[in-house]
Every structure is written in structure tokens, then in C-alpha cells.
Design a protein around this ligand. Structure first.
Ligand code: DX5
Ligand code: ZN
Length: 229
């Protein structure tokens, strides 16, 4: 079963309440919250108070993606604010294992995110302790970028690594995903799909979310063998 995590980075920040209520009327599984600090990534978004205020208005799980340097300084504040899943970047924390333990100590699910160039090796000694791996399929910092194709090979490799170890770890992918490429993404082993632009720029976000969940089969144009292209 594919889960969809719409990224509110692509919503109108002055209408966040409406965006949350809209998502509640869809089959979205999580709300993906992209926290950026202008240091780890070249952009700034919002912090723990946004998460706190969103928490007041929805029961949808808040999937908090921390694109911040030294996330260990803030993970407990995000936990306190009401995040359900807290994901940190392996590249942003010197003591990844300790940071993950901190998230767990707050009773939250923990995830590790990897930039497109970061090998899976960094997960070797922490994989058994985490709930989710978030593979970036764009360089983090902005919504609306193009999908990086090598992410598919990485997801397949990770899926095999998880299987070989008999673990149950979600594989989330983030960046440049829409109905046009979601099947390739899920075929590679991804079971949690993040999407910002493709959902929030659509006339019918609910329909896009259904298509991302593969609830609706992609429309294929029938071409008979004798039909010239
Ligand atoms: C990128 C963020 C993503 C991004 C996804 O740094 O982590 O969550 O906003 O947006 P789209 O789907 O527009 O690439
Ligand atoms: Zn994200």
C-alpha cells in the first residue's frame, strides 16, 4: 500500500489552515513539513511553531523533514510541537546515532534522509534502529525541481538491503514526483511518496493524490499494432 505525503512547502503559507483541511478531504496519509534553515540548504521555510499550530488543527500524522544543520539541537522541540515522524539528514548531524536515539526517547518515529549523492553505506549501522529512510530525488532546498533518475537505482538497492536484513523500514522518496513517474518510483521499492508541486499546482489535488497512491491506474493510450504513431 502506497502512502502519500503532500508537502505543504508548495501550499500558500497564508492559507495553511485551508491547505490542511483540503488534505483531510483526500486520501493523503501524512502531511510532509519541510523545515529549512538557510544553512544546510539554501532556503528558509518555517520551524517548530508552524508544526505546533498545525497540530492543533489536524489528526493527520505530521511527517517532519528537517533540512537543518545540527538537528539534534531541535528534535525535542519538534517532538514537543507534535511531530509524528522526525527525519534528519545524515549529512547534517555529526552523531547520527545519538540524534536518532534522542528522537526515539521522545516516543517519535525516526527517519534518516540522504541527499542524492550520499551513498547508502551511512545507513549500515543505524538501519535496524530506524522507521524510515527518506531518499532525496532532488537536491534539497526547493520545491518544483526535476526528478534525478539515479534515485531509482538507489531505492532498489535500499529495498534489497532492508530485505536481506529482514527489517521493516519504510522507504520515502522526495522531490520531482508526480503521476507521470510515480509508478517507476514505487516499482523501485518506495512505499511513501512525497509530492509538493504536483499536488498543489493541480486543479484537482484530490485526484492527483489518488493517482499517486495508484488507486487509479494510469491512463494508457491504446495503440493497435497497425496504427502509425
Ligand atoms: C525539497 C523538499 C521537498 C519538496 C517536494 O527540498 O524536501 O519536500 O518540496 O516538492 P516537489 O514535489 O515540488 O519536488
Ligand atoms: Zn521534504
Amino acid at each position: 500500500m502506497i502512502k502519500v505525503a503532500p508537502s505543504i512547502l508548495s501550499a500558500d503559507f497564508t492559507k495553511m489552515y485551508d491547505a490542511i483541511k483540503m488534505l483531510e478531504r483526500t486520501s493523503a496519509d501524512y502531511i510532509h513539513c519541510d523545515v529549512m534553515d538557510g544553512v544546510f540548504v539554501p532556503n528558509i521555510t518555517f520551524g517548530q511553531y508552524m508544526v505546533r499550530d498545525m497540530r492543533k488543527h489536524t489528526k493527520l500524522p505530521l511527517d517532519v523533514h528537517l533540512m537543518i544543520q545540527a538537528p539534534e539541537k531541535y528534535v525535542l522541540e519538534f517532538a514537543e510541537a507534535g511531530a509524528d515522524i522526525i527525519t534528519v539528514h545524515a549529512e547534517a548531524t555529526a552523531h547520527l546515532d545519538r540524534t536518532l536515539q534522542l528522537i526515539k526517547s521522545a516516543g517519535k518515529k525516526c527517519g534518516v534522509s540522504l541527499n542524492p549523492h550520499t551513498p547508502l553505506d551511512v545507513l549500515d549501522y543505524v538501519l535496524k534502529n530506524i522507521d524510515m529512510v527518506l531518499l532525496m530525488s532532488v537536491n534539497p532546498g526547493f520545491g518544483g525541481q526535476s526528478f534525478i533518475p539515479s534515485s531509482l537505482r538507489k531505492a532498489a538497492k535500499l529495498k534489497a538491503m532492508i530485505g536481506e536484513r529482514g527489517l521493516s523500514v519504510d522507504i520515502e522518496m522526495d522531490g520531482g514526483i508526480g503521476p507521470h513517474n510515480v509508478r517507476e518510483v514505487t516499482d523501485a521499492g518506495v512505499n511513501v511518496v512525497v509530492a509538493g508541486n504536483s499536488i498543489f499546482s493541480a486543479d484537482d489535488p484530490k485526484d492527483v493524490i489518488s493517482r499517486l497512491k495508484l488507486e487509479k491506474p494510469p491512463q494508457r493510450r491504446f495503440v493497435s499494432p497497425g496504427t502509425p504513431e
